[in-house]
Each structure stands twice: as C-alpha cells, then as structure tokens.
Design a protein around this ligand. Structure first.
Ligand code: ADP
Ligand code: TYD
Length: 211
C-alpha cells in the first residue's frame, strides 16, 4: 500500500478532531491528497450505525451489541474508504480506529482481548495504522470541554469510566512504542500541533532511511 495511515486516539474532548484537521491541512499544504475521516462513521452505512451507537435513547444496548456495531461500522469504513484511499497513495487520517474498541469495549466494558482481537483482525482486514497519535489528558479535563446537554450515550458515562479509558490508552501505547506517539494534550492547540508535526516528521525520516 502506497499511502500513509494515521489514527488519532484519546478520551472525549482531548482535542483529537482539532488536531486531526490541522494535520490534514499540513499534509494538503505539502501537496498530498488527504482523506480525513472518523469512527464510528465515514461512508453512509457506517454513519447510520454511528447514529444507533451514539443515540442516548439506546440505553438498553448490551456491551456485546455495542462491540459488534463498532466493528460493523469499521469494516465498512475500512473496506469502502480507507483501503482504496491508501491504494491510491493518499494520506488517511482517522479520528479513532480499532484502539478505541480496545480501550472502551475492552478495558472500560471489560470484554476480554481474547474475544476482541480476532474480530478486530476480521473487521479491519488486518490493516494496522502506520502511526497512532494518543492525545493524553486527564478525563476530567476532557469532559469539562463537552457541554452536558450535548453529551452522547458514551459521553454520558461516569468520570471513572473515562479515567479507565485513559489508563487503557496509556497501557496500549506502552505496549506498542513504535506505532504510538504520545502527545501531552494539556497545552495550547498550536503547541500541540507543532509537537505533533515534529514527531510525525521524525517518523517519516525513519521510513525514508529504511527504504
Ligand atoms: P475530541 O475530538 O477529542 O473530542 P475536539 O477537538 O472536538 O476533541 O475538542 C473538544 C473541545 O475542546 C472543542 O471545543 C475544542 O475547540 C477544544 N479544544 C481542543 N483542543 C484544545 C486545547 N489544546 N486546549 C483547549 N481547548 C481545546
Ligand atoms: P465521537 O463524538 O465521535 O467521539 P469524540 O467524543 O472522541 O469526538 O463519539 C464516538 C464515541 O464512541 C466515543 O465516546 C468513543 C466511542 N467509541 C467506542 O466506544 N468504541 C469504538 O470502537 C469507537 C470507534 C468509538
């Protein structure tokens, strides 16, 4: 695959969408074609599944259903959008990907990796991001940025739930130090963006030296 696949992860309100957009602009200024997308979501079918997942009225949703719907949204997204864009040589930036399932459905909802891992491989056609950017922020700080009345089904979970998600991300990052780039989210938007560009360019240099 000729393209570059970068994903953003972190708790709600950590600044993923803001930074994903800035990174997309950066690559566009370099003359690259960029697909900026998000999970759950992307193509029409995945956006329909997103509506079911985030609807606050769906309080009775079981963890099993939740896991499979995220994965269903992901397989359509990966197969219909991400893989074709990478084959065309584009930069694909996704606001969340399968690490979100490991952190939310795995660590926070306590579904074992034994169950999740094979479904991840199936739903993603085995596609692993080139780099995953974790914007780390205490859960309370992230949630404070989201207005309570606008909170969706997942955002309405407890602070403890979101703190578990944060810790799970930090553990994932520790277990895959090459793929993960950890960024301190407790700074200004501009400072974070600069740090991110520096780290991405360092990673690109490693690729250039390897080829
Ligand atoms: P996420 O996609 O991780 O939920 P967003 O990028 O949508 O987060 O940011 C959530 C809110 O916080 C937005 O109102 C955004 O403008 C603001 N925000 C993003 N980054 C920062 C930052 N570094 N400092 C302060 N506010 C921020
Ligand atoms: P969204 O508003 O897109 O995210 P954010 O708040 O980061 O901008 O909502 C997506 C929600 O879905 C968020 O609470 C995280 C959750 N989620 C999972 O639980 N599992 C997953 O696999 C994915 C992709 C998201």
């Amino acid at each position: 695959m000729k393209g570059l696949f970068i994903t953003f992860e972190g708790i709600e309100g950590c600044g993923k969408s803001t930074q994903a957009e800035l990174l997309a602009d950066y690559f566009r200024q370099q003359g690259r074609e960029v697909l900026l997308t998000r999970e759950p979501g992307g193509p029409k079918i995945s956006e329909s599944i997103r509506n079911i997942l985030l609807n606050r009225d769906n309080r009775e949703m079981l963890p099993e259903t939740e896991l499979l719907l995220y994965m269903a949204s992901r397989s359509q997204h990966t197969g219909e959008w991400i893989i074709p864009a990478l084959n065309r040589g584009e930069v694909v930036i996704s606001d969340r990907y399968y690490d979100s399932s490991l952190a939310y459905q795995g660590a926070a909802r306590q579904i074992t990796r034994e169950i999740i891992d094979p479904i991840v491989t199936y739903a993603t056609f085995g596609l692993i991001p080139w780099r995953t950017i974790l914007i780390d922020l205490p859960a309370a700080r992230g949630l404070a940025r989201i207005k309570a009345e606008e909170a969706d089904r997942l955002e309405s979970e407890s602070l403890e739930f979101h703190e578990k998600v944060r810790q799970a991300y930090l553990q994932l990052a520790e277990s895959e130090t090459k793929r993960y780039i950890i960024i301190d989210g407790n700074r200004s938007i501009e400072e974070i963006h600069k740090d991110l560009i520096y780290k991405i360019n360092e990673a690109l240099k490693v690729v250039a030296n390897e080829t």
